[in-house]
Design a protein around this ligand. Structure first.
Ligand SMILES: NC(=O)c1ccc[n+]([C@@H]2O[C@H](COP(=O)([O-])OP(=O)(O)OC[C@H]3O[C@@H](n4cnc5c(N)ncnc54)[C@H](OP(=O)(O)O)[C@@H]3O)[C@@H](O)[C@H]2O)c1
Length: 243
């Protein structure tokens, strides 16, 4: 990876949801490829465990609930103060509650929308001024096949991911003239802790799912493309027919 031409430091990637699953694999992959990485999630111990694998000078962990939107400006400032301007934002943190819409508590619906849709919006707003000023940057939104297709009992999740895809497409139209790229990744089922959550009831073959590392490779690919190219939207499915 080349040094950032303005700051003469490693290019910086902020990965949300870096304490587990796709986010953890992505942070690892980006660090191996020569990015300085900011790791954001709530669980301080798991973030520290990942950071222990990485060089201290070019990594930073911030334990933060991303649904505390008022805190996200200061979070971005802290990352830029230690590591430099953010070149890549990976809006990855996400969650699901399954169950029929008719009985889903409003609080559960709201929590999914807040984390999966409003947090990427708020975090994007916080990184955009610097990206605009530098006329470069890549924003990668972890959507899902559930952003393109609906599934019974996944109503809040699908609504959040359809919304995230609409957010992604609109953002791309608004910022491309400023040199900022927006990528929407839509993986099918990935074998992560998301499926172990008490809030999720599903019976899929975990062995047949994608590996988090495969999605991480795609994030790295999108982030490393030459500046004049953008991976706008990708569906990545397990090849064996599982969702
Ligand atoms: N697994 C799949 O089949 C699949 C398929 C397509 C798309 N995706 C998407 O991929 C993304 C990552 O999911 P995953 O499968 O890797 O799940 P995961 O292993 O459960 O990871 C979710 C991450 O989000 C973080 N997070 C949850 N609530 C948070 C909050 N309030 N504030 C900050 N961070 C929070 C978690 O960290 P803390 O608990 O430490 O906060 C964790 O790091 C999600 O957007 C998901 O919708 C997943």
């Amino acid at each position: 990876m080349q040094l950032d031409s303005d700051s003469n430091r490693l290019p910086v990637a902020l990965v949300s949801g870096a304490s587990s699953g796709i986010g953890q694999a992505t942070a690892r992959r980006l660090a191996q490829a020569g990015f300085a990485v900011a790791l954001v999630a709530r669980n301080r111990e798991r973030l520290a465990g990942l950071q222990a694998e990485l060089p201290t000078a070019t990594s930073l962990t911030i334990a933060q609930d991303l649904t505390d939107f008022a805190a996200l400006g200061a979070l971005v400032e802290a990352v830029e103060a230690k590591l430099g301007p953010i070149a890549v934002l990976v809006n990855n943190a996400g969650m699901a509650y399954t169950g029929p819409l008719e009985t889903m508590p409003v609080a559960d619906w709201e929590q999914v929308l807040k984390l999966n849709l409003t947090a990427p919006f708020a975090l994007t707003r916080a990184v955009l001024p610097t990206m605009r000023q530098r006329r470069t940057g890549t924003i990668i939104n972890m959507v899902s096949i559930a952003g393109k297709q609906t599934f019974a009992d996944w109503g809040a999740y699908c609504a959040s991911k359809f919304g995230l895809l609409a957010f992604s497409r609109t953002l791309a139209q608004e910022v491309r003239q400023d040199g900022i790229r927006v990528t929407a990744l839509c993986p099918g089922a990935v074998d992560t802790a998301l499926w172990d959550s008490e809030a999720v009831t599903a019976d899929f073959d975990r062995q047949a799912m994608l590996a988090a590392e495969t999605v991480a490779d795609l994030v790295l690919y999108a982030a490393s493309l030459p500046e004049r190219a953008v991976l706008e939207e990708v569906v990545l499915m397990p090849s064996g027919g599982v969702l």
